[in-house]
Write a protein that binds this ligand. Structure first.
Ligand code: GAL
Length: 429
């Protein structure tokens, strides 16, 4: 009898819970229908929040808004140069299944080794075909955004990493010529230091990694530099020891408060006449122009000493998330990012040249026109700091070794750590 009662209670409970579940089940679609076809939106994630970078993005958003007036553009940019903060936020969002529709990713190992390898982004072959992009994107770039026959992102630009910015008045006042070789650079910086001028402005750690990659390029030359990433240059070799010794010496010419300065702060030291040189990618040019500065009079530029004739490049590109909440909005955004109008609006302001090969050069200032000429004629090498040549784990091991070196400069242990990093995550495995 008691058993029968227990069964009755159990059955009643089961019935009740199934009713509740059914009710919830029917309620869900009703809620979905009630949502505005939410869809007319796109969330785009980047690290372009200021210093010339936001202005470039805004210009491209302007084109988007004109073409897709009914689609809300949600700008999910997270501040911090080179994406150091943004990429951490993005990783957390991707881990918790909350991807933005489209995000900024560097062409090369960053894109392929992280997002493609993680199954986080969709192939875009159909879009490339529909928009005819294969005919207008540089051939050098396509392999860096492709894997297994699929193309995974839309490049918006080409940036140059190995630029030496200088203050022409400071050089002139000290009788210093623009250096073309590493040896000339040291002589120039000795003169400046003796005159009480900070020779080289430097900022927080990622800008130090940026400086390291350009000094490696300048000291080793492009073949041996490329060999660091493809396994043909021995990280334990004497030529790498010499390049690291050059880097150690370069650091002795920098400001003591580097760790607390953003890339904009460091670039501004040059513009203000408080330092002679700064090594930074050409987004610095977008920043100088935003500050109202004039090319050639307020700032000059040259390849980082030792790297004349080499264009060390990187490319910002945009992706389509697997599980994008707004796939239609994302497609609309990618069409604008890959379009001539979008790239012509974005790049002259951002301080980069178009990824597309058909942009109108007359829209660009004198620095960017020189960058176009160099991109077309120079030897091309890839950037470490900005995702081209090494995957994220290798880059982060190099960055850790660099942090220790900057705190306590010792070339032998730095080199040993770099050898170990290549063995752990690079082609020396
Ligand atoms: C790079 C990025 C550039 C610029 C720079 C400084 O990684 O490719 O577009 O934003 O960081 O933030």
């Amino acid at each position: 009898m008691l058993k029968k009662r227990v069964w009755q209670i159990l059955l009643a409970t089961l019935l009740l819970s199934s009713l509740i579940l059914t009710a919830c089940g029917t309620a869900a679609p009703a809620e979905e229908e009630a949502m505005p076809a939410g869809d007319a939106a796109v969330e785009v994630f980047s690290w372009w929040t200021g210093g010339g970078e936001a202005a470039g993005l805004d210009a491209m958003i302007g084109i988007f808004n004109a073409e897709y007036a009914g689609t809300e553009f949600i700008n999910a940019a997270v501040a911090g140069g080179a994406g150091t903060n943004a990429r951490a936020v993005l990783a957390t969002r991707l881990q918790s299944g909350d991807p933005p529709d489209s995000w900024q990713g560097h062409a090369g190992q960053e894109l392929i080794g992280t997002y493609v390898a993680g199954g986080q982004i969709e192939p875009l072959n159909d879009l490339y075909e529909a928009e005819g992009w294969l005919a207008v994107m540089p051939e050098t770039l396509i392999p860096l955004i492709s894997d297994g026959g699929n193309i995974y992102s839309v490049p918006v630009n080409i940036h140059r990493a190995n630029v030496l910015w200088y203050n022409p008045a400071v050089l002139e006042a000290n009788g210093v010529a623009v250096p073309a070789t590493v040896a000339d650079w040291f002589t120039a910086m000795d003169t400046l230091q003796a005159a009480g001028v900070t020779p080289l402005a430097l900022g927080e750690q990622w800008t130090q990694l940026h400086l390291l990659e350009t000094v490696l390029l300048g000291s080793l030359g492009s073949d041996a530099y490329d060999g660091l990433w493809n396994g043909s240059t021995d990280w334990a070799s004497a030529e790498v020891t010499a390049a690291l010794a050059d880097f150690e010496k370069v650091l002795t010419y920098t400001n003591a408060d580097a760790a607390s300065l953003s890339w904009q702060d460091a670039a501004q030291l040059v513009i203000n006449g408080d330092a002679a040189f700064n090594v930074m990618g050409d987004w610095a040019e977008g920043y100088f122009r935003e500050l109202g500065k004039e090319p050639t009079t307020d700032y000059g530029w040259a390849p980082v000493p030792g790297s004349v004739g080499v264009f060390q490049f990187l490319s910002d590109s945009f992706t389509l998330a697997v599980g994008a909440p707004h796939p239609e909005g994302a497609e609309a955004w990618l069409k604008v990012a890959g379009s001539k109008a979008g790239q012509e609006a974005f790049n002259p302001v951002k301080g980069s040249i178009c990824a597309r090969t058909d942009c109108d050069a007359s829209l660009f200032g004198v620095y960017l026109q020189s960058a176009m000429d160099d991109w077309a004629s120079n030897i091309v090498s890839g950037s470490l700091t900005h995702g081209v040549v090494a995957n994220d784990s290798w880059k982060s091991e190099i960055d850790t070794a660099l942090g220790l070196f900057v705190a306590d400069p010792d070339v032998a242990s730095f080199q040993a750590a770099l050898v170990a990093a290549c063995a752990a995550s690079g082609p020396c495995q």
